[in-house]
Design a protein around this ligand. Sequence first.
Ligand SMILES: [Zn+2]
Length: 258
Amino acid sequence: MERREERDGRRWVCRTCGEKLVCIDIDPVETREFASSLANLACQREVRTDFVGFQEWLDRHGPFDAVVDGANVGLYSQHNFSFFQLNSVVNGLRQMSPSKKLPLVILHSRRVKGGPADTPNNKRLIESWRRAGSLYTTPNGSNDDWYWLYAAVSCGSLLVTNDEMRDHLFELLGTSFFPRWKEKHQVRLTYGKHGKQGPNFHMPPPYSIVIQESERGSWHIPTVSGDDIETPRQWVCATRDANAVSYSSCAKLAHIAS
Ligand SMILES: [Zn+2]
């Protein structure tokens, strides 16, 4: 237990100055307001009764610990949609869930008919997710992005997608809350690294990506670059030299231990 805490503790620490980074929690009231403005936007852009029907479905079957952008996960580095890959992510998330609950998978209805969805194994898989109340298929003509995003925000759950969420739809959401929410909830995936076949889950960082002053007066400034899984973000670490007469700052690029 002690070792575990020590390891977790180190993840927050700057390798240059040894100071911890802070985690700023998201206000639940702000989250609720964002969820309702998201629902309003979705109702304007989607068929209103479809989206309201989804909200009611979510009230009955939720909340979930994680929501999966099914199309993004099933197509990640694949030419054809892979239910096998999607299933490995679903199982991985179930194992991580404190209550061992299945995540919610959102898929457009065209993904569950024809093509890979018609093999006997995949039919059984789709049916088992349906019966468990962990699959929602969005109707013809819908944009499933509204559905998985709304589900994750309203459940306060993790959102599993490699979509960077920068296209037109996400621009409508503004820049005051959404980027902070995304930083704290998006889980990204890689495959076949670290000597194993299954998915690797890249969890949200346990610290906030904002300019911050630490307890002993170091400043940490996140750089814009390095916002992907393979090359972690670099920070500028500005520490005060206690021996200097004037407290001049010396900025260095720092790696945050992970
Ligand atoms: Zn530092």
